[in-house]
Design a protein around this ligand. Sequence first.
Ligand code: S3P
Length: 171
Amino acid sequence: MKSIYLTGFMGAGKTSIGKALGEKMSLPIYDTDSYIEKNEGCSIKEIFDSRGEEKFRFLEEQTLRELPITNSIIMTGGGIISRQSNIEWMKVKGVMLFLYCDINTIMKRLENDVTRPLVHKKSIEEINMIYSKRLPLYHQAHLTIDISDDTLQEATEKVYQAIKSWQSGQH
Ligand code: S3P
């Protein structure tokens, strides 16, 4: 089975859903951000602060290519879609999912976040602008699943069913 790539904006729930899905499907999970932090020995915020976003994007792209392309769930950072080459990779090598979450829910979740350099100290308008700019990029995914109003359990089930029906359509 091809790997499943979970994409979506910061705060959409990629990590929690990925973990729950991994258990449900008995598949190993990988997280591009955690992989980078482990390899570099520092946090994403530190990489942004000391080496800049471009360096982070370089590491992110490299990570995407190092993670398994079969039988795995890959949780990606919200900005992975900022490089078209990453979108192509996920779509050719695996199943790319967009976990859609509306902007109001996202804003509430990110309100007091200090770990994400792209939202920390940013105005609502600025975050909204990044969100709008990225939407068409996420929409290139094979599957878009709206999980805005769902509990973790509901969202996981929805994502699971979407993957199953996508897989059955592949045969
Ligand atoms: C980013 C999202 C973050 C992390 C980094 C940049 C982005 O991951 O990769 O802070 O550009 O949207 P999450 O989406 O898991 O928060």
